[in-house]
Design a protein around this ligand. Sequence first.
Ligand SMILES: C[C@@H]1N[C@@H](c2nc3ccccc3[nH]2)[C@H](O)[C@@H]1O
Length: 450
Amino acid sequence: KKDVEYGQYNGLPRQDQAMQKWRENRFGQFIHWGLYAIPGGIWEGKTYPYASEFLRGSAKIATSTWDSLIYQFDIPKYNPKEWAAIAKNMGVKYVTITTKHHEGFCLWPSEYTDFDIENTPYKKDLLREFVDAYTAVGIDVNFYYSVLDWHHPDWRYDIKSDEDRAAFERLKQFTKNQLVELVTRYPEVKGLWFDGTWDNSWKKSGQFSYELEKLLKNKRPGLIVNSRMRADEHGSRHFDSNGILMGDYESGYERRLPNPTDKEVLTRDWECCMTIPENQWGYHKDWSISHVKSPLELIEMLVQCTSQNGNFLLNFGPMGNGDIRPEEREVAKEIGEWMKVNSEAIYGCGPADLEKQDWGYYTYNEKNGKVYMTVFNNPVLGKYKIRLPKSHTLKKASLITKQVESLEIKQISPTDYFIIPDKINNKKPFVIILEIVDRASGKFHQKALT
Ligand SMILES: C[C@@H]1N[C@@H](c2nc3ccccc3[nH]2)[C@H](O)[C@@H]1O
C-alpha cells in the first residue's frame, strides 16, 4: 500500500443530489466543435482519414497557418436553439461541449487568451448562447476542457529542465484561471470533462490537479469532474496508486465499452463516450472512409451502459458553418423515436444484478422495483430465458409496445423461466417489463444488498 496524500477527494459513489441526477440522466450528447470543423479532415485537396480534430498534426500544418482558421470561423448556420431541440428530441438529459480542444481555440471570450471566439468574425459569446439554449429545454450542461493546449507556448510534454518547469507553472496558472473563469461566467455548468492529461508534465502535477479539483468544487458546490482530470502525486491517473478512483466517475471508456458480463464496473459510476463514425470527434467531410454506426448499434450501447451502471455520451461534430450534418440529424431522430417509447428502461435505471442472457440486457429501476428486459436478439428457440435467485419468483411480464402480441410465463426449474411470446414481429429492440418478487417478503426485486 502506498501512502497517497493527493488522491481521491471524497467518498465514492457520491450520493448527493447533483450526482444522483447525473446518474439518472444516463444518456448525454457530446459536442466537438472548433476550428478543425472548418477543414473537416481535408487539407489542400487531400483527405486525411485520421480523427479530424488531429488534422493539424496529420497534415503537418504550421501552427500559424492552423491558427489563422480563426478568421474563417463566422458560423452563419450556428443555431443553438435548433441544436438543443435536436438533442431534446433524441432523448439526452445532458450535454458536454468542448469549450477548448487540444488546438487551444476557446469557444468563449476568455480574458486569458486572444485565441478565442471574440477574435473570430462571429465575435459573440457562442458558449453563453449554447448554455442558455440547452438549459431552456432542461438539458444539463457540462464543459469539456483540454489541459493539453497546442497553441499555448508554455505547454510541455514533459518537465526536463528548469525552463520546462517555469513554463509549465505558467501553463498550470493559465489552466486554473480559465477553469475558474468558466465555472464563474457559466454558473449553470454541472460538470467538467477534462481531457489531454496523459503527458508526463501532467502526471508530474498530481498535487496541482488535486488542489484544482478542490478549488473548483469550492467555487461550484456539487460540481462533477471526470477521473481523467486527475493524477496522484506518484503519477497514477484515473485511479490513484492504491487503485482508488479519483474524480467522481470513471471516464476511461473512449470509443469502447466494458465486456457485457463485466461485474466490476457495476461498483462505480462511469461513462462511455462514443463516436458515430469509427473515430471522428470533430466534423469530417467524408464519412465514407470508415464504418458509421447505425442507430440500432448506438441504442444497444446505451442500453448496455445502463445495464452496467454507466452513462452513454454520444458525440456530434457540428460543421464549420454551425450546421448539424444530415447523417447526425437522422441518428438523433431514430434514437429519439425509440427513446420516446422505451426510455422508461433507461432514465433512472441501473443494473438489475441478474444473470445476463443472450437476448439482450436487464436494467432496473429501484424506485418502482421494476426490471426491464430490452431484447436485441430473438432466440431461435422462440422463448426468452430468465434465471432468478431461488429466493425470487417471476410474477408478471408485460410489454411497453405491441411488438409481440402477448407473453406467457413458464417456470421450467426452481430458478429458470421461459417467457414465451407469440407472433414475434419486432423490427426494433423492444422492452418487456418484469415484476419479480422476493418469495419471503413478497416485495419487489431489491438489488442484491451485498
Ligand atoms: C474525447 C476524445 N479524446 C481526444 C483524444 N486525444 C487523444 C490523443 C491520443 C490518443 C487518444 C486521444 N483521444 C479526442 O480528440 C476526443 O476529444
